[in-house]
Design a protein around this ligand. Structure first.
Ligand code: 5AD
Ligand code: SF4
Length: 449
């Protein structure tokens, strides 16, 4: 019998990407190989995101395409998972309109995937297995990474913040931190496997609280996020530590000091501000004011002068007036972000903000979005230009996809660099003289390895 193939299509954030690596690892361990072409694979998995309506729409668009695949090759298994599956109305829609989907599972039971898939194949029946809430964290699941030198490492799951626009606390459940020891072991294994840079993942890493179940002389009973970074900083062979995402409301002084004392922690922070209006921040339940955010940025910069600061901003939250939006523009100008992800507010079923009055019309949202992006792009271009003539440390990830004569990688501040080098420098931290810049990237040449 020929080996069977799989293809995983992932929507959404790094959490989902990491989950897909686990799904791929489980399929590999069950004897499947990865197909480069989705519509020819024997098992097609769609890992969904529900953070904005656009992701929902793209998922249903993808299902539309897969219907034709199922018609041509009925033996193909179509499995869907991820955040959308944690919403009852989505399950109802799938049952009613897409009855040919073979397997539906959720965010809390991805470890069950091999068993569920085997049942689908053996019984040839449709399975819906979604858990309403998370059980214990399951350790030791396999993983198949896309990048040989960089890895995502989950340190916590779920979110307790309930920002009023956000579906995540409903789809990913309550906050749960992994034990520090399990994280350290995973990182040691990754480094042995050639990984040079890790990104610690959590919806709100600042509220990480690692408990140690057994007596351990090296690790404290309760490990804070900053302490976890300091423990990881000692890992021989590991070059860089990053993390995502931190909530401004509980970014500690201890974490700011970790940037100073842990040389592997990259000088970059992704610190979503969401809005520059304190009124809107309060309606979003963000629990900080615009002033407090600006003070935090000042504190970070006074201790870590070269820190790159990136952010997320939502435009057109219900009740956002022209004045509120001006406050966002002012904050953006004051901070001077290195880059930002900008989003049009998208009402999510079951979140409080869905029912807020004064929803902002689409045309106004788009107009504000464009004005904001223009300002953000000017700053990004200026920040990049200021690096021309400097030498930056870049983790070389391999050849550039668009130009095989160049290598590609990122600086400590997470800026994309395409550069010339005389030998294959992949997997090394290289000193690169920056010779040119655009709004979104830098170019240069390696000066030494
Ligand atoms: N509408 C628009 N953007 C959203 N985000 C989260 N929920 C919504 C929503 N309902 C954005 C936030 C968050 C990022 C991951 O997605 O900016 O930080
Ligand atoms: Fe959503 Fe807020 Fe939690 Fe981030 S912190 S996942 S925006 S609820």
């Amino acid at each position: 019998m020929r080996n069977k193939s799989f293809y995983i299509q992932t929507f959404g954030c790094q959490m989902n990407e990491r989950d897909s690596e686990t799904l791929a690892g489980m399929l590999r361990d069950s004897g499947y190989y990865e197909s480069p072409v989705r519509n020819q694979a024997d098992v097609i998995v769609i890992n969904t995101c529900s953070v904005r309506e656009n992701a929902d729409k793209r998922f249903f668009g993808t299902l539309g395409q897969l219907k034709a695949v199922k018609r041509e090759r009925p033996d193909t298994v179509v499995a869907v998972c991820g955040c959308m599956m944690q919403q009852q109305h989505i399950i109802e829609t799938l049952k009613a309109k897409y009855p040919w989907v073979d397997l539906i599972f959720g965010t809390h039971n991805i470890h069950e995937f091999p068993e569920l898939l085997a049942n689908v194949l053996n019984e040839r029946e449709k399975i819906v297995a979604v858990w309403g809430r998370a059980e214990n964290i399951i350790e030791g699941l396999p993983s198949m990474r896309k990048n040989p030198y960089k890895a995502f490492v989950n340190i916590m799951y779920g979110c307790d913040n309930f920002c009023t626009y956000c579906i995540v606390p409903f789809t990913r459940g309550r906050e749960r931190s992994r034990e520090p020891k399990a994280i350290l072991h995973e990182v040691y294994r990754l480094v042995e496997d050639g990984v040079r840079e890790i990104t610690l993942l959590g919806q709100n890493v600042n509220s990480y609280q690692g408990m140690v179940s057994e007596e351990d002389s090296e690790i404290k009973k309760e490990t804070s996020f900053a302490e976890l970074i300091c423990l990881l900083n000692k890992t021989e062979g590991l070059e860089r530590i990053r993390f995502m995402t931190s909530h401004p409301k509980d970014l500690s002084e201890e974490l700011i000091e970790a940037y100073v004392s842990c040389e592997k922690l990259c000088p970059h922070i992704h610190l979503p501000v969401q809005s520059g209006s304190t009124k809107i921040l309060s309606m979003m339940n963000r629990k900080y004011t615009a002033e407090a955010y600006l003070k935090l940025v000042e504190r970070l910069r006074s201790r870590v002068p070269d820190i790159a600061i990136t952010t997320d901003i939502i435009v057109g939250f219900p009740g956002e007036t022209e004045q509120d939006f001006d406050a966002t523009l002012n904050l953006v100008k004051t901070v001077g972000f290195d880059s930002a992800f900008t989003f049009l507010y998208s009402a999510r079923k079951g979140t409080p903000a869905e029912d807020f009055k004064d929803q902002v019309p689409e045309s106004i949202k788009h107009d504000r979005f464009n004005r904001l992006v223009n300002i953000l792009n000017i700053t990004s271009a200026e920040k990049n230009k200021a690096l021309v003539g400097t030498t930056e440390e870049v983790l070389a990830e391999g050849k550039s996809k668009t130009n095989a004569a160049l290598f590609t990688g990122r600086t400590g501040g997470h800026k994309l660099v395409n550069f010339k080098a005389d030998s294959d420098v992949s997997g090394h931290i290289v000193k690169v003289l920056i010779t040119n810049s655009t709004t979104f990237s830098l170019t240069g040449r390696a000066s030494e390895v």
